[in-house]
Design a protein around this ligand. Structure first.
Ligand code: C2E
Ligand code: CA
Ligand code: CA
Ligand code: CA
Length: 280
């Protein structure tokens, strides 16, 4: 069994091997879907716990496969990464998201403005000119760099920490935000925090969701205190109930994301949410 994404253990099934026909067929389907622009982006609100207003949205991809139905990004992002398709896919997510961000920011003038957070695979970071793409996306949309955040999670960053650090410093120098995703899971480590210029920690949902463990508040409080001592903001993922949100706020966490506030939604739904009463 191989640990994946922190919140579940994934058994290494033979069908997942890159030399298997299923995998190759899936890759071909994915390539076609990207070419035809059939990959959708949904947006999940990230809420300021203090007043329950919308601080920003995380972009999450969806693919409705013609035969297999809606596929989880957990199943097709690895295919995109292994095949290199993640570069085109990632750029298209950045483009779509910044375009939405412009329309959201026009709807409400908040200070700070609504932000968008985009997942970036380490393969995009390590094997492609992400900085060039980012500059292009920012200039095409005319979005303020500070309103765009990148979420970085993968272990591969640690494969080449020096290069990754250089890239992330360039991202920061562009003015974009950097969130360390899935904090507390196997792949993340305290070493990251020293080496890389993250401004935000996203606590993995496995620490947040009600699990009846007495250790949970202790762990959450420690992560939050450490983040604050390092000058970072904290977003808690997987806040599913009002009780989760209240507890996180009491523990000093400033932002939360989860079903308590909204599932990933279409750009149009996000627009209506922003335009309507903003307290969640
Ligand atoms: P992630 O970045 O950790 O995203 C959070 C996941 O938790 C999302 O799953 C979201 O739908 C889910 N979630 C949100 N709130 C709750 C909650 O209250 N309870 C529970 N149980 N789950 C919640 P999703 O959308 O299936 O995405 C899975 C993963 O796929 C993401 O995990 C991310 O690692 C990856 N991913 C998604 N979009 C992209 C993308 O554009 N690029 C890359 N490289 N990876 C992506
Ligand atoms: Ca996760
Ligand atoms: Ca994420
Ligand atoms: Ca996460």
């Amino acid at each position: 069994a191989k640990k994946h994404g922190g919140d579940r253990i994934e058994v290494f099934r033979p069908a997942m091997r890159s030399d298997q026909p299923d995998r190759l067929a899936l890759e071909a389907d994915l390539r076609r879907a990207i070419e035809r622009d059939e990959i959708k982006v949904l947006y999940q609100p990230i809420v300021r716990l203090e007043d329950r207003t919308i601080a920003g949205f995380e972009a999450l991809v969806r693919w409705d496969h013609p035969r297999l139905g809606r596929m989880s990004p957990r199943d097709f992002i690895p295919v995109a990464e292994d095949s290199g398709l993640i570069v085109d896919l990632g750029l298209s997510v950045l483009d779509k998201t910044t375009r939405q961000l412009v329309t959201w920011q026009r709807l409400v003038e908040s200070d700070p403005p609504i932000f968008a957070s985009v997942n970036v695979s380490s393969r995009q970071l390590l094997r492609h000119d992400l900085i060039h793409d980012l500059k292009g996306v920012l200039s095409r949309s005319a979005v303020a760099p500070g309103s765009l955040k990148l979420e970085i999670t993968e272990s591969l960053v640690m494969e080449n920490p020096e290069y990754a650090a250089q890239m992330l410093i360039q991202v920061r120098d562009l003015g974009a935000g950097l969130s360390m995703d899935d904090f507390g899971t196997g792949y993340s480590s305290l070493a990251y925090l020293q080496r890389f210029p993250f401004d935000t920690i996203k606590i993995d949902q496995s620490f947040v969701r009600q699990n009846g463990s007495g250790a949970r508040p202790v762990i959450l409080r420690s992560i939050i205190a450490m983040a604050h001592d390092l000058g970072m903001d904290v977003v808690a993922e997987g806040a599913e109930t009002d009780a989760d949100a209240a507890e996180l706020f009491a523990l000093g966490c400033e932002y939360a994301q989860g079903y308590a506030f909204g599932e990933p939604m279409t750009a149009e739904e996000a627009r209506r949410l922003i335009a309507g009463p903003v307290r969640l």
